[in-house]
Design a protein around this ligand. Structure first.
Ligand SMILES: Cc1ncc(COP(=O)(O)O)c(C=O)c1O
Length: 424
C-alpha cells in the first residue's frame, strides 16, 4: 500500500492517501446501497450522526463527567455531553439520571451490573435461546461467568413470556437482579407488572431496551420508565444514533452507575460519539422520528402477514414490534440456508434460533427479520409485500439460478427507488 502524509492544515482524503482502505469502505457503502437490509438490530444513522463522528472531538480526552474532568480543555466537550444528557432525559420522560458514556450496549450492561451486583450474585434474565442477549447471562459471556445465572423463557405453545410463570420463577430463584429485554422477542413487554414482580421478591429490575428504544421514545411500545431501577440501551438500533450505549437509573443509583462506567469499566469517553448521541437524541424528539417509528411497526405487521400468507410460520404467530422470527423449516430450508439464499438475491438477514429449536444455533430453524432500516429508507407496505414475496420465492426456487437472477434484479430496482439515508 502506498501512503502519503498530508502536511499542514489540509486534511488528506482517505481516497487519495489510502486507496486500499477506501476501496473496502466504498464497497461496503455500495453493499448497503444495493441490498435490502432486514437485520433487526441495524439501521441507517442520521446524517448529523455520521458527521459528528467525523469531527475532531475524537482527539479529546475527557475522563470524568461535565464540570468534573481529569483533563484540561474540556469546556466545549462539557457542553456536548450535557446536551446529550439533557436530550436523553427529555426523550424518556420518567428517567431520573443518565450516563451517556458507555461505548456499546454490552458496556452499558457491564456498567449496570458492576454498579449493583457483586461477583456470584444471582441474576434472572431471558434465555438466549428464547431471544435474550448474551450479556443477560450466557455462559460464554462475562455475565454468565461472574454471576449465578437463572433464566426465564417463553411457553412452548404460545411462544410468549407468561408472567404468571415468570412470577413463580422469580419467587423460587429470588435473584438480586431481574433483567428484561431481548434481541429477538417480537411481543410487547409488560414492564410495569415485571417490575412489581421483581420488587416483590426483593430484586432490582433492569430493562435492556436496546432493540426497542426508538419505539419507546416514540410511544409505540410501553416505556420501562418509571418502573425499572436501571434501563440500558444501545443508541444505534431503532434510535438511529452512533454505535454506543447509555445507562439510565433512579436517582439513588446515580453515583453507583456513574462510578461503574468510569473509573469502573471504561477510561476516556468517546466525545465524538457522545456528540453523535446528542444529535440522535435531538432528532428522536421530532414528530418525523415518531412517525417513522410508527411506520416501522406498521411495516413489520404487513411483512408478518405477507410471510404467513405464503406459508412461513412466525414465532408466536406474528409481531407487535419492529421484528419477527420466521421459522423457515416449513419452506424446506434451515435458517442458515435461508440466510445464504437471501444474500444471493440482495436481502440481508441473520439466521436465528427459534424457541425450543431442534437445530443447533449455527444452523437454526429461523431467520430474524426487522423493519427499522427499510422503513428509514422509505419502504412502505407495498415494498413489504414485495419483500415477503421475494424472500419466499428465493427459498422456493432455490435450485433455479435464473429465478435467483431475476429476484436479484428486482431487489436492485427497489434499492434504486430509495436512496440511502444519511449519505449524499
Ligand atoms: C438487547 C441487547 N442488549 C445489548 C446488546 C449489545 O450491544 P452492542 O453490540 O452495542 O454491545 C444488543 C446487541 O445486539 C442487544 O440486542
Amino acid at each position: 500500500m502506498s501512503m502519503t502524509h498530508a502536511s499542514g492544515a489540509a486534511w488528506a482524503r482517505i481516497a487519495d492517501v489510502d486507496p486500499e482502505l477506501w476501496a473496502a469502505i466504498t464497497a461496503e457503502v455500495d453493499r448497503q446501497r444495493w441490498s435490502i437490509e432486514l437485520i433487526a438490530s441495524e439501521n441507517f444513522a442520521f446524517a448529523p450522526v455520521l458527521e459528528a463522528q467525523g469531527t475532531a472531538l475524537t482527539n479529546k480526552y475527557a475522563e470524568g463527567l461535565p464540570g468534573r474532568r481529569y483533563y484540561g480543555g474540556c469546556e466545549f466537550v462539557d457542553i456536548v455531553e450535557r446536551l446529550a444528557q439533557e436530550r436523553a432525559l427529555a426523550l424518556f420522560p420518567g428517567a431520573e439520571h443518565v450516563n451517556v458514556q458507555p461505548h456499546s450496549g454490552a458496556q452499558a450492561n457491564l456498567a449496570a451490573y458492576f454498579a449493583v451486583l457483586d461477583h456470584g450474585d444471582r441474576i434472572l434474565g431471558l434465555s438466549l435461546a428464547h431471544g435474550g442477549h448474551l450479556t443477560h447471562g450466557s455462559p460464554v459471556n462475562f455475565s454468565g461467568k461472574w454471576f449465578e445465572v437463572h433464566a426465564y423463557g417463553v411457553e412452548q405453545g404460545t411462544e410468549r413470556i407468561d408472567l404468571d410463570v415468570f412470577a413463580r420463577t422469580a419467587a423460587e430463584v429470588r435473584p438480586k437482579l431481574v433483567i428484561a429485554g431481548a434481541s429477538a422477542y417480537p411481543r410487547i413487554w409488560d414492564f410495569e407488572r415485571m417490575a412489581a414482580i421483581a420488587h416483590d421478591v426483593g430484586a432490582l429490575f433492569l430493562v435492556d431496551m436496546a432493540h426497542i428504544a426508538g419505539l419507546v421514545a416514540a410511544g409505540v411500545h410501553p416505556s420501562p420508565f418509571p418502573h425499572a431501577d436501571i434501563v440500558t440501551s444501545t443508541t444505534h438500533k431503532t434510535l438511529r444514533g452512533p454505535r454506543g450505549g447509555v445507562v439510565f437509573c433512579k436517582a439513588d443509583l446515580a453515583k453507583a452507575v456513574d462510578k461503574a462506567v468510569f473509573p469502573g469499566i471504561q477510561g476516556g469517553p468517546l466525545m465524538h460519539v457522545i456528540a453523535a448521541k446528542a444529535a440522535a437524541f435531538g432528532l428522536a424528539l421530532t414528530d418525523d422520528f415518531r412517525a417513522d417509528q410508527r411506520r416501522t411497526v406498521e411495516n413489520a405487521a404487513v411483512l408478518a402477514d405477507a410471510f404467513t400468507a405464503r406459508g412461513a410460520r412466525l414465532v408466536s404467530g406474528g409481531t407487535d414490534n419492529h421484528l419477527m422470527l420466521v421459522d423457515v423449516t416449513p419452506l424446506g430450508v434451515t435458517g442458515r440456508e435461508a440466510e445464504t439464499l437471501l444474500d444471493a438475491v440482495g436481502i440481508t438477514v441473520n439466521k436465528n434460533a427459534i424457541p425450543f429449536d431442534p437445530l443447533p444455533p449455527n444452523t437454526a430453524s429461523g431467520i430474524r427479520v426487522g423493519t427499522p432500516a427499510t422503513t428509514t429508507r422509505g419502504f412502505g407496505p407495498d415494498e413489504m409485500r414485495e419483500i415477503a414475496r421475494i424472500v419466499v420465492d428465493a427459498i422456493e426456487h432455490r435450485d433455479d439460478p435464473t429465478a435467483a437472477a431475476a429476484l436479484r434484479a428486482e431487489t436492485r430496482a427497489m434499492c434504486a427507488r430509495f436512496p440511502l439515508p444519511g449519505l449524499p
